[in-house]
Design a binder for this molecule. Structure first.
Ligand SMILES: Cc1cc2nc3c(=O)[nH]c(=O)nc-3n(C[C@H](O)[C@H](O)[C@H](O)COP(=O)(O)O)c2cc1C
Length: 229
């Protein structure tokens, strides 16, 4: 009898696992470490905690677009998870990403706009590299909430990856947009599964490329997102 009781207790522990502290109904993630982000020249992101968050089905159930954000910054763990969901390397043997890419050409750059500055995601090193200091969040969208959202992601296509492939220019923009939709939806599902909010946005300021100092003959805006809580 004692053995049976011990087995039942062990089974209970296994079935509870690390997700048990979360609340599927409200979309809150389990209690986790929340390290403040130091907005230095580079931000070393942390490895994703694969056992965190809700199940994919629970995240799908929670997914929706949010247009209201508290200014509270994301923790380092949350920021790392969001960037990894967008475009993190999940197969180091070939550097392929969490999101798919048409023809495997990966034209997209991921810019992160914070109150403190603009950063570029370096997937290989899983870090953010500052490209500009200052609050340019307004440039990352065309709606008031982008100015309060603690993080706005902007997906910019580099059309040079299509050189020599006989792909018409119009179709290159289309492919960049299609890739960006995958990145964005990864983020939407990540946020929905980790007690955060997000929205996919097709709207951006016309000044975007000039603020990023990018040549419009080569680079194009693909999609944007706001992320927060
Ligand atoms: C490609 C794309 C672009 C979008 N652009 C915007 C946008 O610029 N601003 C906005 O408020 N919502 C935008 N949305 C969000 C849609 O309005 C939203 O998904 C739709 O109303 C359905 O609501 P739901 O996402 O909550 O299901 C966009 C969605 C997609 C897929």
């Amino acid at each position: 009898m004692k053995e049976l009781l011990a087995l039942a207790v062990a089974a209970l522990f296994v079935s509870c696992g690390p997700r048990s502290a979360g609340n599927a109904a409200s979309g809150t993630a389990p209690e986790e470490v929340r390290t403040p982000v130091e907005m230095a020249e580079t931000i070393a992101l942390v490895k994703p905690e694969l056992k965190s968050g809700l199940t994919i089905n629970e995240a799908l159930q929670n997914r929706r677009s949010w247009r209201e954000y508290a200014p509270e910054a994301l923790s380092l763990e949350e920021l790392s998870g969001v960037l990894w969901a967008a475009a993190g390397i999940n197969r180091p043997e070939n550097d392929h990403l969490t999101a798919p890419s048409a023809l495997g050409l990966y034209p997209l750059r991921v810019y992160a706009f914070f109150a403190e500055g603009i950063y570029l995601y370096d997937a290989k090193a899983h870090r953010l590299v500052r490209v500009k200091e200052g609050d340019f969040r307004k440039v990352s969208g065309a709606q008031p909430f982008v100015e309060t959202a603690p993080l706005n992601l902007v997906y910019v296509g580099d059309r040079s990856v299509y050189e020599g492939r006989n792909i018409p220019e119009e179709h290159q923009y289309y492919l960049c947009g299609q890739d960006a939709a995958g990145y964005a939806e990864n983020v939407n599902l990540y946020t929905a599964g980790h007690g955060l909010r997000s929205i996919t946005r097709g709207s951006v300021s016309p000044e975007l490329l000039s603020v990023l100092e990018l040549d419009p003959a080569r680079y194009c805006f693909a999609l944007a997102q706001s992320v927060g809580r």
